[in-house]
Design a protein around this ligand. Structure first.
Ligand code: PEP
Length: 257
């Protein structure tokens, strides 16, 4: 369970540092009952580390997958406070958010660190959800593609473009995260097209199987407009994932597109 091979869209909840055992029990319960009938949408919930076991217990017999919001770049060793990819797998996690701007800013994570984590996750069979995006200053200066391009180039230069096969990229303009000010469908589409362009394979016979999501103030009201854009394969959802009804509205929008 927990993995729809043919999912057309992905809707991924990022709970950030919210929740507690009691509250999570009811939210996961609501996810399990309210999101049971989606056919084309893979729902994933990325919980804080201590709640992976709870997500596993409550979601293992459903189509909803779960994952983490970060992981170590090292496989194991003396790294106090870190959590390895193997440890995530032990709790059935199949997805991990990497490079979220809240981490990159607060914990000074470099693009090189994130690239290493990306590869370690893939080797462990965990799907990386790579976050990329620009600040408001970068957008106003017109250098948003330069910024996102560099974030991707670090990985492409190290491992080649094919490493993005079966992975997820989430375009998250930093100015749109938690602000209530989502990118317009046109702004998101332009960046998604740019990202797709960067990932064109040398061997043009096969297309890259990467999914490109949009994240940043997605809500039930704007979700259809965004998800209708062909190059948007779904969303990474912060605030609205903490409310079962709002999250359901977003998942239904994905299902309808
Ligand atoms: C996020 O943090 O990844 C995010 C998209 O948050 P929000 O939906 O609250 O803007």
């Amino acid at each position: 369970m927990g993995n729809k091979k043919s999912a057309h869209k992905f809707v991924i909840a990022n709970w950030k540092m919210h929740g507690n055992l009691k509250h999570n029990a009811s939210l996961l319960g609501a996810y399990a009952s309210e999101l049971a009938n989606l056919e084309n949408t893979q729902v994933v919930v990325c919980v804080p580390y201590p709640y992976l076991a709870q997500a596993q217990t409550q979601l293992q017999d459903t189509d909803i997958a779960w994952g983490a919001q970060n992981m170590a770049k090292d496989v194991d060793g003396p790294f106090t406070g870190e959590v390895s990819a193997q440890m995530l797998s032990d709790f059935g996690a199949r997805y991990v958010i990497l490079g979220h701007s809240e981490r990159a800013t607060a914990y000074c994570e470099s693009d090189e660190n994130i690239a290493q984590k990306f590869m370690v996750a893939k080797k462990q069979g965990i799907t990386p959800i790579l976050c990329v995006g620009e600040t408001l200053i970068e957008r106003e200066a017109g250098v948003m593609e330069l910024k996102v391009g560099k974030q991707l180039d670090v990985i492409i230069d190290l491992y080649g473009v094919d490493v993005f096969d079966n992975t997820i990229i989430s375009y998250e303009p930093i100015w749109a995260i938690g602000t209530g000010l989502a990118a317009t469908p046109e702004q998101a589409e332009a960046m998604h097209q740019f990202i797709k362009g960067k990932l064109v394979r040398q061997d043009t016979a096969s297309e890259n199987t990467v999914k490109i999501l949009y994240g940043g103030s997605v809500n039930p009201q704007n979700a259809v407009q965004l998800f209708e854009v062909e190059s948007i394969d779904g969303g990474l959802i912060g605030k609205c994932s903490l409310n079962a009804q709002e999250f359901k509205g977003i998942c239904q929008a994905a299902e309808s597109c």
